[in-house]
Write a protein that binds this ligand. Structure first.
Ligand code: ZN
Ligand code: ZN
Ligand code: FE
Length: 747
């Protein structure tokens, strides 16, 4: 190239892959090319965004530099290829229409929150979109929830039923307009319409009614968050006992009145994804106590669609905005479906005639180690791919059972579905099947095999077995650490710490406190929590006091204990305090001593349950991980370096020390801190023994911010490189990703 004069005419083709459709990339390219007086064209193909530019060599190279540097903020380029071609003497620069066919490797974009320009128009009485609840542009609006197929063009979206009016058509066709090829472009003349009014819905909310609102990714249930009775009614009708509800705040200012918010958290709240951000509540506010019970966090989001903005203007107070469903079922998306499924829950409906193509819950994010950490990955994040170093085999992964997600491997991308929910109900299993069909169709993907969990009773495993495809089984805790390693592009060897509530082990036991020495595709289980018996198996997952009873029984002995009175061991009063009866205990001790109906477990989640019960904090989990969350919350502002002993995962000394502290009346926050610190010490001990410099932390237990941040800080100051989850949940929502990642390591 250096031999050629800078003025010689050259033609360059650039292909960009990633999230490059529906973000204003083509108008940007058009403006850049015309500004540099280059000719050629740009095209959105299903293989990516393709540009050909022709002109003096120097300016072509400038174009190539600036296309990367100045690209639209919402775009994500994951791969780029370029090739020099023979000049064609093209006369102008044009935007070509999309072509069908080719390999579908273009990312579908997630839904984006209303941009400042659209918000301004929405509230401007002189604008033709004044108060129009479906306003959007190339920088914002629905994407993933309206697309049927790619390429992302209006004819492939739920907007195809709305014929553009002449004004909208002009915007859509004008490369210099903010709405150039904005597929969901609409206005009050031609676009979707509300069925009902915002004022009626707002009045119902003010009256303490439950309102079902058709949002971006499906129906939400809205309730005034300061009215405890209304909140109680929602809990009762939705069959949701204590799991915290998320809130929508009308403004950032009001969010700041209720919660402590750091600058990084403000950024998250205002990001394009506009997720629910878990924040520390300020004490003494008027939020009803039954919104989040004793949760250490309040989940807060800001309005992210014009409809939400308009509604919140009529409701200048915090409202609960939760998924339109029963308990852990999938969210309702269709109007008729909502009328049927939500009939017993909602008092009032606010719907519209823009179809929601697929369900997408609000995402949940928390700041972890100074960065966003996704805990539920859905609206705003799905279906962005996770780019991985190695090419992945064309397999489908069906994930776990709780917090289900599915994934497919395409080239160097793993596409993870949005959060589907727990697969306990028929509804959820249908949603799971839809998510599989959906991902495969969007990417014209034909799986060669299906990867599932080892657990024979998971609905996902059973689906895999009936799929007719070759089945590959991956151990649950290995999948957890592989997911974390994949998202952080960690190449082995590393120590993988995999802690959660429950998962099927290679020996058939209930694992959840595992350490792996990982090298290539080899997972060597180098340590684990000392096993203990779980009386009643899965029942004990809910009834955490059973874990306490078992550990106390192991450590202090049975009713033959010298301190026992009336055949009941001396520690029994403790368990009675948390709601256990003597007859419960007698039954449990008999199960334990005879080894009947017990399951062996190494789960750290169950150890949390036990300590929460022994300290009188919680005797059961009314939602997954509740006791652990309460124990973390208990630490509060306590800072100590003291810790119990959990050397080599042996809980015997730890249980003795916890009991000692409980009996001598040590403050519970201090007990909670010493317990968490013991877990961190154990990680340090194993890392030192393994002699590796990289440590990967994964599994639901690492949703615990105190634990993950302390473990990371301690390990880092000891010279380790620590990898934790950020773009994929540490809980079972990340299993599908790990299943494919492990498959890519084979051979
Ligand atoms: Zn906009
Ligand atoms: Zn219009
Ligand atoms: Fe798990």
């Amino acid at each position: 190239m250096s031999m050629v004069s800078p003025d010689t005419t050259q033609r360059l083709r650039i292909t960009l892959r990633g999230a490059v459709q529906g973000v204003g990339f083509r108008p940007f390219v058009y403006r850049l090319a015309t500004q540099l007086s280059l000719t050629g064209w740009v095209l959105n193909s299903s293989g990516g965004l393709v540009v050909e530019v022709e002109g003096p060599g120097e300016r072509v190279r400038e174009f190539a530099k600036r296309i990367e540097r100045e690209k639209p903020a919402a775009s994500v380029v994951t791969a780029r290829a370029s090739a020099w071609l023979s000049p064609e003497n093209s006369a102008s620069f044009e935007i070509h229409f999309s072509e069908a066919g080719a390999v579908k490797t273009v990312n579908v974009l997630p839904d984006l929150a209303t941009c400042p320009d659209c918000l301004k128009e929405l509230l401007d009485p002189n604008n033709r979109r004044f108060l129009y609840p479906f306003t959007n542009c190339t920088h914002c609006g629905p994407r993933y929830t309206i697309v049927f197929d790619i390429p992302y063009d209006r004819r492939n979206t739920a907007m195809r039923r709305f014929e553009l009016c002449s004004k909208c058509r002009y915007e859509y066709d004008n490369p210099l307009d903010r709405r150039f090829h904005a597929q969901p472009n609409a206005c009050p003349v031609c676009g979707p319409k509300l069925d009902g009014t915002i004022q009626e819905a707002a009045a119902a909310i003010r009256d303490g009614k439950i309102v079902a609102l058709k949002g971006i990714g499906g129906f939400q249930l809205l309730v005034e968050a300061r009215q405890a009775e209304a909140v109680a009614r929602l809990r009762e009708r939705k069959h949701r006992e204590e799991k915290p509800f998320a809130l929508m705040m009308p403004s950032l200012e009001m969010a700041g009145q209720y919660c402590k918010i750091s600058p990084a958290e403000i950024e998250l709240l205002q990001s394009r994804a506009a997720p629910i951000v878990l924040l520390q509540p300020k004490p003494g506010t008027d939020i009803a106590p039954n919104v989040a019970h004793c949760s250490p966090y309040l989940g807060i989001m800001l309005p992210y669609s014009p409809l939400h903005h308009l509604l919140m203007r009529e409701c200048p107070f915090p409202i609960i905005a939760t998924s339109g469903n029963y308990s852990d079922e999938p969210i309702a998306i269709g109007n008729e479906e909502a009328r049927t499924r939500l009939a017993e829950i909602a008092d009032h409906f606010l719907m519209h005639n823009r179809p929601v193509v697929r369900a997408c819950d609000d995402s949940v994010v928390r700041l972890t180690r100074g960065r966003a950490g996704v805990l539920r990955r859905a609206r705003g994040y799905a279906p962005l791919g996770i780019r991985v170093k190695r090419e992945v085999p064309p397999v489908l992964a069906v994930g776990g059972h709780l917090k289900s997600t599915v994934a497919i491997g395409v080239g160097n991308d793993i596409f993870l579905s949005q959060h589907i929910g727990d697969l306990d109900t028929l509804e959820a299993r249908h949603a799971f099947e839809r998510a599989i069909d959906d991902l495969c169709r969007l990417y014209s993907f034909q799986p060669e095999a299906v990867v599932c969990d080892l657990h024979p009773d998971y609905a996902s495993t059973q689906w895999a077995e009936k799929s007719g495809l070759p089945v590959i089984r991956v151990q649950h805790h290995q999948a957890h650490v592989a997911a974390c390693a994949a998202e952080n592009e960690v190449e082995g060897p590393y120590v993988g710490v995999s802690w959660d509530g429950t998962g099927y082990g290679l020996d058939g036991a209930m694992w959840g406190g595992e350490f792996f020495y990982v090298n290539g595709d080899g997972f060597n289980r180098i340590q684990h929590l000392r096993p203990f018996q779980l009386p009643g198996g899965d029942t004990a997952v809910r009834q955490g006091w059973r874990s306490a009873a078992s550990l106390l029984f192991e450590v202090f002995g049975s009713s033959k204990d010298a301190n026992a009175r009336n055949g009941v061991p001396h520690f029994s009063p403790l368990l009675r305090e948390v709601g256990t009866t003597d007859s419960d205990l007698t039954k449990i001790f008999s199960m334990l001593s005879r080894g009947i109906n017990v399951v062996s477990t190494t789960s750290v989640g169950r150890l949390f349950d036990a300590v929460a019960a022994i300290t009188g904090l919680a005797h059961e989990n009314r939602f997954e991980g509740q006791a652990a969350m309460l124990l973390e919350n208990e630490i509060g502002a306590v800072r100590t370096e003291e810790s119990y002993s959990l050397r080599s995962g042996n809980w015997d000394p730890l249980i003795r020390e916890v009991m000692g502290d409980v009996e001598t009346g040590v403050d519970r926050p201090l007990i909670a801190a010493r317990f968490h610190n013991a877990l961190v010490e154990w990680i340090l001990e194993v890392a030192a023994t393994a002699g590796l410099r990289q440590v990967v932390l994964s599994g639901g237990v690492f949703q615990n911010r105190y634990l993950v941040e302390r473990a990371a800080a301690k390990l880092e100051s000891a010279g380790y490189q620590v990898f934790t989850h950020h773009s994929v949940p540490p809980n079972d929502g990340g299993i599908a990703l790990g299943q494919i990642a492990i498959e890519s390591l084979q051979g």
